[in-house]
Design a protein around this ligand. Structure first.
Ligand SMILES: Cc1cc2nc3c(=O)[nH]c(=O)nc-3n(C[C@H](O)[C@H](O)[C@H](O)COP(=O)(O)OP(=O)(O)OC[C@H]3O[C@@H](n4cnc5c(N)ncnc54)[C@H](O)[C@@H]3O)c2cc1C
Length: 291
């Protein structure tokens, strides 16, 4: 339970952190909330030679709105998302998601950006960000680049970030009127990772027809999954019982779970079906003005 020894750096500005990452190469690991990295180091699943701790860099802990987007800075903690009026009123799926992550102690330290940067298909934010169509801002030695969330998770515990890049901001488009979303997860006990989770974000038109649908799945594949067939099926339809049932079945068919201690693959696939139907109902109610 004791990590191997490492050299510790605590830069005070972003440029210094970027220079360190460039100089130290793949033997370095960035530390933000430390809620995944430190347990993995203690278990010696990873043993970085160098730690670059970004926690003392000022100005990265924001959740703000500008240019029609919600912007989440690299050091914004889960509890900030949980307590943000902007998030609760405009993007309740994000509040749903953060509330079911671990426990208050973990959420006081864990960062939203770290949750994505870790690349764990069991983490909850990836599915929600897929449903919302978020954009990732990666800052590296050559400046900033934007990565669509769809392209951010190429493989297991792998992201589109280069070793010398920092995920500095998540940009979430602020949903237009008549939008609603929901994130639902089944966990074996409070604080556990998901047996399965489903995030849904929809926008309706004045007549109740679905204009846009985003559906993301948690912990039912080697990467977070965007349920594209379910999304395409929903667009142009009234979200009645039959449509929701069929979309939920499509989402289940797009999952690729494996048997493990949380259940069999068949059980998890069926769980996706049930959670997707419930998340769609809640998203539809919220789009129509419900809580
Ligand atoms: C008991 C417990 C229960 C948990 N349960 C859940 C759960 O139910 N759902 C869930 O989603 N998560 C859960 N987590 C994980 C938690 O949300 C982590 O905080 C999250 O996975 C990583 O965020 P972090 O800020 O702590 O990152 P760190 O642990 O600091 O870093 C994790 C990885 O991401 C990299 N990284 C971090 N930030 C950046 C960045 N800005 N740019 C580039 N790379 C970066 C690090 O180098 C490292 O490789 C749990 C953790 C614990 C300890």
């Amino acid at each position: 339970m004791i990590p191997r020894s490492f050299e510790y750096f605590s830069p005070r500005i972003l440029d210094e952190a970027l220079s360190l990452l460039q100089k130290l190469g793949s033997d370095a690991k960035l530390l933000s909330g430390g809620q995944s990295l430190i347990p993995m180091m203690k278990l010696r699943l990873v043993s970085p030679q160098y730690i670059v701790d970004i926690n003392r860099i000022p100005g990265l802990d924001y959740i703000s709105e500008s240019g029609g987007q919600l912007r989440i800075g690299a050091l914004a903690r889960e509890y900030q998302l949980e307590t943000s009026d902007l998030v609760r009123s405009r993007i309740p799926i994000l509040a749903d998601t953060t509330k079911v992550i671990a426990d208050p102690l973990v959420r006081s330290q864990a960062t939203v950006c770290g949750n994505l940067a870790h690349g764990d298909p069991a983490n909850d934010h990836p599915a929600t960000m897929l449903a919302l169509g978020a954009t990732i801002v990666a800052t590296g030695p050559k400046g900033q680049r934007e990565i669509g969330i769809e392209d951010f998770f190429p493989g297991l515990f792998t992201t589109a970030l280069e070793a010398d890049e920092i995920l500095t901001e998540i940009r979430v488009p602020l949903p237009p009127p008549k939008s609603g979303g929901a994130y639902l997860k089944l966990e074996r006990k409070v604080g556990d990772f998901a047996t399965a989770g489903v995030g849904v974000q929809i926008t309706l038109d004045g007549g109740g027809i679905c204009q846009r649908a985003g559906v993301g799945l948690t912990n039912v594949g080697l990467t977070p999954i965007k349920a594209k067939q379910a999304e395409a099926f929903l667009v142009g339809k009234t979200l009645d019982e039959a449509t929701i049932k069929q979309a939920a079945e499509l989402a289940a068919s797009e999952s690729a779970p494996m048997d493990d201690i949380r259940g069999s693959a068949d059980y998890k696939r069926d769980l996706v079906r049930v959670l997707a139907a419930r998340a769609l109902l809640r998203a539809r109610d919220r789009a129509k003005g419900g809580a």
